[in-house]
Design a protein around this ligand. Sequence first.
Ligand SMILES: O=P(O)(O)OP(=O)(O)OP(=O)(O)OC[C@H]1O[C@@H](n2cnc3c(O)ncnc32)[C@H](O)[C@@H]1O
Ligand SMILES: [Mg+2]
Length: 209
Amino acid sequence: MTNAASPARRFTGDHLVIASHNKGKIPEIAALLEGRVPRLTSAVEHGVPEPEETGDSYIANAELKARFVTEATGLPSLADDSGVSVGGLGGAPGIYSARWAEKPDGSGRDFAYAMEQVRLKLGDNPDRSARFVCALSLCWPDGHCETVEGEIRGQLVWPARGTKGFGYDPIFVPDGHSRTFGEMESAEKHGMSHRADAFHKLVARCFAP
Ligand SMILES: O=P(O)(O)OP(=O)(O)OP(=O)(O)OC[C@H]1O[C@@H](n2cnc3c(O)ncnc32)[C@H](O)[C@@H]1O
Ligand SMILES: [Mg+2]
C-alpha cells in the first residue's frame, strides 16, 4: 500500500489499462480520469481474465487486480475494488458485494437479487446506514503501486429506485440527498461518490501538475 509519508510516483505515460471487467465502472473511471491519459483501454480489450479476488480488504484486492493486469499486458494499470458496507449487517457485504449478486443457480450476477438479499438479511433491523467504499490502485510494470481509498455515507431504501448507474445504486441514498444514486445522472454521482473521493486522492498523488 501507499505510504502517505513517501513521495508519490507521478503517472506520465500515455497508455493506461483499466483493470476491470465491470461495464458500469469502466465508463465511470474513464470519465473521472477526465482526459488525463491519452489512451485508455480495459482488461476486457486485452483479453485478460478476471483474477480471483483473494484479498481481505478493498486495498488488497485493488492492488491484486492492478498487478494481475500489469503483469499480463506489460502496461501500467488502474484497478478499482469497491463495495457497500451496511451498518445493520456488521459491514457486509463489503468486499463480497459482487459475490452477493451470484445467483445460486449459476446463471451469473444479478443485482436485483443482490439487493433483495440485503433487504432479507436486514429484516426489521432499523439500522439502514451504509457506506460505499472504493480503493483505487495504480501499478507500474516494475511492481510499484500507488493506492488510495474513498467513501461516501448514506442510507439504504426499498423499493429500489432509478435505472441509472449500476450495482447497488438504486437502493443507496447519499446523506444530505433524497434521491438514490440510481436516480442521478452520472455527473451528479461523480460529484460525491466513493469513486470520485478516491479519484481526488489519486489525482492529487499521481496526476496533478
Ligand atoms: O472487479 P472488477 O472487474 O472491477 O468488477 P466487479 O464488478 O467484480 O467489481 P468489484 O469486485 O470491485 O465488486 C464491487 C461490487 O460492488 C458494487 N459497487 C461498487 N461500486 C458501486 C457503485 O458506484 N454503485 C453501485 N454499486 C457499486 C458493484 O455491484 C460491484 O460489482
Ligand atoms: Mg471483481
